[in-house]
Ligand binder design. Structure first.
Ligand code: SF4
Length: 308
C-alpha cells in the first residue's frame, strides 16, 4: 500500500494489537465441538486449526471445515504459515475414505480439500488428491469439490494433469503475495510457476473454475497488487480472494499494515472492473471462507455471462 492508503501501521517493537474489524468470537458452539470431534475421530487434519484461522468459530459452527490431506507436516517453511515443517510421514491410504466419510457426516454440499507441500513425493502428492476426489464422487456424488493445491514445482506436468482429469469443480492455488515479496514470504515457491499452474488448469479444462488468493498487509504496494490481479486475469482466473495477513506467532513474518475495510472495498471494485467472475475482498476473507455459497454465485455468474 502507498502512504496515502488508509491503513493502520503497527508500531515497530510493540505487540501487534489487532484493530476492531479483525476481532472474532471465541469458538464455543455445539456445532463447533461436533465438527472437532468428527475430525479427531477420523484422524483428519484441517487447515482451519493448523493455520489458526480467525473464522473457525463461524465456519465450524456451520460444519464447514477445510480438510488438509497428505498429513500435517509440510516440506516447506513459508514465513506466513503456521503449519509445522519437517519430514512428513508416509501417506495414509485410508485418508481418501475418511475425507469422504467426513463430507457425508457433515452433510456438506461443497467441500474444500487442501494439503501440505510434499516436495518429498515424486508426484508432489497429486495422486492422493485424485484418490480423494474419487472417494468423494463415490460417497457423496452431489457434493461439489474444491481443491486448494500446492504449486507442484519441479514435479512432472503429468501429475497436475491427473488432478485436472479427475475434474474437481474448483481448482484453487493461491499466489499469496506480490512477486517482490516471494524471496522472504514464500521462498520455496516461484511466482511465475504458480501463475503457470493456474493457467494450465484453465487451458486443459476451461469448465473447471479457477481461483486464487492474496494476503495483504505484508508490505506490498497497491500498484503491485493491481499487477497481480492483471496477471491472474491473463491466466484466466475466475475468482479472486483477498484477506488480511495475520501473524500466527512472533516467529512468523510481521504484519506491516492492517488494511482497512474501505481499502478492501476499493481493491474489490478494481478487481471486479478487471473482469473476475467473482471477488471476495475483506479483512477476514480466507480462501475457503464461504466457499460453498461463492461456488453457487460463480456458477450463476458464468451462466449469465454465457447466455445470449
Ligand atoms: S475460513 Fe476456511 S480455513 Fe478458516 S475456518 Fe473457515 S473453512 Fe476453515
Amino acid at each position: 500500500m502507498s502512504e496515502a492508503d488508509p491503513v493502520l501501521t503497527p508500531k515497530s517493537g510493540l505487540r501487534q494489537r489487532k484493530p476492531d474489524w479483525i476481532r472474532v468470537k471465541a469458538p464455543v458452539s455445539a456445532g463447533f465441538m461436533e465438527t472437532k470431534a468428527l475430525m479427531r475421530r477420523l484422524g483428519l487434519a484441517t487447515v482451519c486449526e493448523e493455520a489458526a484461522c480467525p473464522n473457525i468459530g463461524e465456519c465450524w459452527t456451520k460444519k464447514h471445515a477445510t480438510v488438509m490431506i497428505l498429513g500435517d507436516t509440510c516440506t516447506r517453511a513459508c514465513a506466513f504459515c503456521n503449519v509445522k515443517t519437517g519430514m512428513p510421514r508416509a501417506i495414509d491410504p485410508l485418508e481418501p475414505e475418511h475425507v469422504a466419510i467426513a463430507a457425508a457426516e457433515l452433510g456438506l454440499t461443497h467441500i474444500v480439500v487442501t494439503s501440505v507441500d510434499r516436495d518429498d513425493l515424486p508426484d508432489g502428492g497429486a495422486s492422493q488428491f485424485v484418490r480423494v476426489i474419487e472417494a468423494l464422487r463415490r460417497t457423496t456424488p452431489s457434493t461439489s469439490i474444491e481443491i486448494l493445491t500446492p504449486d507442484f514445482r519441479n514435479k512432472p506436468q503429468a501429475a497436475v494433469e491427473t488432478i485436472i482429469e479427475a475434474r474437481p469443480d474448483v481448482y484453487n492455488h493461491n499466489l499469496e503475495t506480490v512477486p517482490r515479496l516471494y524471496p522472504t514470504i514464500r521462498p520455496g515457491a516461484r511466482y511465475y510457476a504458480s501463475l503457470r499452474l493456474l493457467e494450465s488448469v484453465k487451458r486443459h479444462d476451461p469448465s473447471i473454475f479457477t481461483k486464487s488468493g492474496v494476503m495483504v498487509g505484508l508490505g506490498e504496494q497497491r500498484l503491485e497488487v493491481h499487477q497481480v490481479m492483471d496477471d491472474m486475469r491473463s491466466a484466466d482466473v475466475d475468482f479472486l480472494t483477498m484477506g488480511q495477513y495475520l501473524q500466527p506467532t512472533p516467529r512468523h513474518a510481521r504484519v506491516e499494515a492492517f488494511v482497512t475495510p474501505a481499502a478492501f472495498a476499493a481493491y474489490g471494485s478494481i478487481a471486479r472492473a478487471k473482469g473476475f467472475l467473482l471477488v471476495a475482498a475483506s479483512p477476514l476473507t480466507r480462501s475457503s471462507y464461504h466457499a460453498g455459497d461463492d461456488f453457487e454465485t460463480m456458477r450463476v455468474a458464468r451462466a449469465a455471462k454465457l447466455s445470449p
